[in-house]
Design a protein around this ligand. Sequence first.
Ligand SMILES: C[S@@+](CC[C@H](N)C(=O)[O-])C[C@H]1O[C@@H](n2cnc3c(N)ncnc32)[C@H](O)[C@@H]1O
Length: 265
Amino acid sequence: MTARDGRDPRELAAMGLDTHLEDKLLRRKYVSTMFDILAPGYDAFTQLFSFGMDRGWKALLVREGSRRAARAPCIVDLACGTGDLGIDLAERTGATLVLGLDLSPQMLAAARVRLRNNGTTLLLVACDMLELCLRENRVDVVSIGYGLRNTADLGQGLIEIARVLKPGGILLNLDFYKPAGRVWRELFLWYMWNAGRLAGWLWHREPIVYGYLAPSIRRYVTMPQFEDELARAGFTVEWRASRLGGGIGLHVARLVTKPPETRPG
Ligand SMILES: C[S@@+](CC[C@H](N)C(=O)[O-])C[C@H]1O[C@@H](n2cnc3c(N)ncnc32)[C@H](O)[C@@H]1O
């Protein structure tokens, strides 16, 4: 079975997960190929795989975030996928400019189809969140759903976000984390690995399509470690929520200290 753009899921199996996760450039290639393959069924998969909880987590994050940035003129949804967070934020805040940025052309294509039926205006652009195609101090709110974990460099991702945010700007982030407790962590990852591979086989006849989830969480940080990284990049956490025993984290953080400029705008 192939995705609508004709990409064959076996492409991913041939790439080799472990080697591609360790290297920055290879990882970007792996992740963008993977999301190109799964883009057409992504929304249905997410709802099914999270037993519908994803909608509730996003609604809660958007509510808490927009309370703190009610009249934000410029919002950027990074790793926007099909645009869940960007669309909700646009509707809730009435922002004048909402950008959706993503690495995967097929995810952006799926977002375009969705926006045609939805009526919300989201400007969609292909862009890597480790090298944002935005100038510094332009953005009031950055939202990210399950995005930062996919990059090879969390610290660089946060510094890039801090670069484009205005001082006092808000970051909304939702992601999987490595649970801190060892027993629960192993159970959680065991479930993610097996359920992911089963879903990959059922959906694409290729287990590895969703087999990435567990290894990417295992290589990622715990929630407290993520909060340390936020602090290092100049953010202070204003609100947090943890779900699934620390396996899911929601954060609203404010940029209080701009990091020194790292690259020209
Ligand atoms: C799991 S999906 C999440 C989509 C959406 N944010 C949501 O919450 O449903 C992760 C998205 O991150 C994108 N992505 C991964 N690495 C990226 C990067 N370095 N820069 C931009 N987008 C990236 C993928 O293409 C994919 O669309």
